[in-house]
Design a protein. Structure first.
Length: 172
């Protein structure tokens, strides 16, 4: 029997939503391990990146624990370097060894392929609904967003007053 590969799944997770969770479960079914890399780790308290790496890590870790995926899905943080030529090497220096990258992000896919990495797409799970940009927008205007993130994540977001933060950051 062929050994399952170690996978890398990188995202900003601003916030971690049900699409991300479904993607991790889908990848986990095909992998021996899924390295969940929190990108743009240095960012937080910005309109497009309202949550800190520590907040995102906590949300993701609590959800993965509830799914009994903690051991299979280590979480790492990767800051931005704003240099596409060096980005893959930068990512590689911050994450454990992996065999395949799962991503639907066109830039991530292009850079990883250019670096000789094996890249696979992930099925989109209700992409129009499970979309972090739309979720942040709904938070800003007071529309329902809680049904678009896992319940555990919704509780964490409510604890840090995510709606209030999203509204305040919009003004900047």
């Amino acid at each position: 029997m062929k050994k399952k590969p170690v996978a890398l799944f990188i995202g900003r997770f601003q916030p971690f939503h049900l699409g991300h969770l479904l993607a991790i479960k889908w990848i986990a079914a095909r992998s021996s391990k899924v390295i969940v890399a929190i990108g743009s780790a240095e960012k937080g308290f910005e309109p497009e990146n309202p949550f800190t790496a520590a907040e995102r890590r906590k949300m993701i870790a609590k959800q993965l624990a509830a799914e009994k995926l903690s051991k299979k899905c280590p979480i790492v943080e990767v800051s931005d370097i704003n240099d596409n030529e060096r980005w893959v090497a930068h990512v590689d220096s911050h994450v454990p060894s992996y065999d395949v990258v799962y991503s639907n992000n066109p830039l991530v896919r292009m850079l990883m392929k250019k670096a000789g990495k094996q890249v696979r797409a992930i099925p989109f799970f209700r992409q129009r609904t499970y979309n972090a940009t739309k979720i942040r927008s709904r938070m800003r205007v007071g529309k329902t967003w809680q049904d678009r993130v896992p319940k555990i994540v919704a509780k964490e977001l409510e604890k840090i007053k995510a709606e209030e933060r999203a509204r305040l950051l919009k003004a900047f």
